[in-house]
Design a binder for this molecule. Structure first.
Ligand SMILES: Cc1cc2nc3c(=O)[nH]c(=O)nc-3n(C[C@H](O)[C@H](O)[C@H](O)COP(=O)(O)OP(=O)(O)OC[C@H]3O[C@@H](n4cnc5c(N)ncnc54)[C@H](O)[C@@H]3O)c2cc1C
Length: 288
């Protein structure tokens, strides 16, 4: 690993000041579970590493029944997994946190790190997309909000500038009669990354689907929404044939590749199966 200087800001303003001077040659670190392997294998060679562990503002997790969730960028996967308010209203998100690595990894891995690392297979991103989350970004000109659907540009590339940091993720309350689910397929049970991940989120009203969201991981350079599948469900009573139709439309939205983890055909098959299963579970939860 190349030697680097470490900066330890204790506020967001301190951090922005450091980034203003050294942003192009600096990397932020939260839990370090993505960054450290990248430093060790020489993929990244920053002159400065800016440690966010002293910035308490990034660690807050607020649940407001009416308004929704505010998840500080440095909230961990383990906190999402266990938080009663997240489990009560945003179960797909808690489920995705529970799937990240091992308990040791989840105690370090942050939601901000998962989102900003922007791996196509990242587990916490699909439920956030399905929940219409927005990223709150701090930079030299103040704060800006970006819908998560526009946050990802390519594999490991986001809209964040070198002088910016992710402050928090804001998730609107899904409202009554809503349910969600996240599932992924991995060849091994633990410590493996998704070959495909699917999050579904449904809201019901008067016996029909008022709102549907389906988000896919590991089937394109960036995590994506299956919007045609969502539109096929909205305004309709949710029957098994309609769910099957949505699963087919989700397959058509995916742009998978073949690699050592799975073939293109296998990934398409997984999108169909996981979309059907997550929609079915989301529907049961919305009705409960
Ligand atoms: C053994 C192992 C198993 C894993 N299993 C999984 C898994 O099952 N599912 C999964 O999705 N991931 C998995 N990961 C990857 C990793 O744990 C997650 O992506 C984790 O959420 C990253 O968070 P972090 O805090 O460790 O990020 P870090 O490594 O600290 O940072 C990751 C990237 O985000 C940037 N960053 C961090 N915080 C901010 C911020 N606030 N603003 C701007 N940029 C920021 C950093 O500069 C860096 O580029 C695994 C990793 C390991 C080592």
């Amino acid at each position: 690993m190349r030697r680097f200087e470490i900066a330890l800001p204790n506020s967001v303003d301190d951090c922005l000041q450091i980034l203003a001077g050294r942003g192009a040659e600096a990397k932020l670190v939260a839990g370090g579970t993505d960054l450290l392997p990248q430093l060790k294998n020489g993929l990244l060679k920053p002159a400065w590493v800016v440690d966010l562990s002293g910035v308490s503002r990034l660690r807050s997790l607020e649940v407001d029944d009416g308004k929704g969730l505010r998840i500080g960028a440095a909230v961990t996967a383990r906190e999402l997994e266990l938080h009663p308010g997240v489990r009560a209203g945003y179960l797909a998100l808690a489920e995705s946190g529970a799937l990240v690595g091992s308990v040791q990894i989840r105690n370090l891995a942050t939601v901000g790190g998962n989102v900003c690392n922007a791996a196509p297979s990242a587990d916490m991103i699909p439920p956030l997309l399905a929940l219409d989350a927005e990223a709150v970004i701090a930079g030299p000109k103040g704060q800006r909000r970006v819908p998560l659907t526009s946050f990802f540009l390519n594999v490991r590339r986001t809209v964040l500038g070198p002088d910016e940091l992710l402050l928090e993720i804001v998730v609107p309350a899904p409202g009554p009669r809503s349910g969600g689910n996240y599932l992924r397929h991995t060849p091994r049970r633990e410590l493996d990354i998704a070959v495909v991940g699917v999050a579904s989120q449904l809201t019901l009203s008067n016996g029909v689907c008022a709102k549907a969201r389906i988000a896919l991981a590991a089937v394109a350079p960036v995590p994506l929404r299956a919007t045609a599948a969502e539109q096929a469900l909205e305004g309709q009573p949710l029957t098994p044939p309609l769910i099957e139709r949505a699963a087919q439309l989700a397959v058509e939205a995916a742009q998978p590749i073949s690699d050592q983890r799975g073939s293109l055909e296998f990934r398409r098959h997984l999108v169909r199966v996981l979309t059907r299963r997550t929609l079915t579970t989301a529907l049961e939860r919305a009705r409960a």
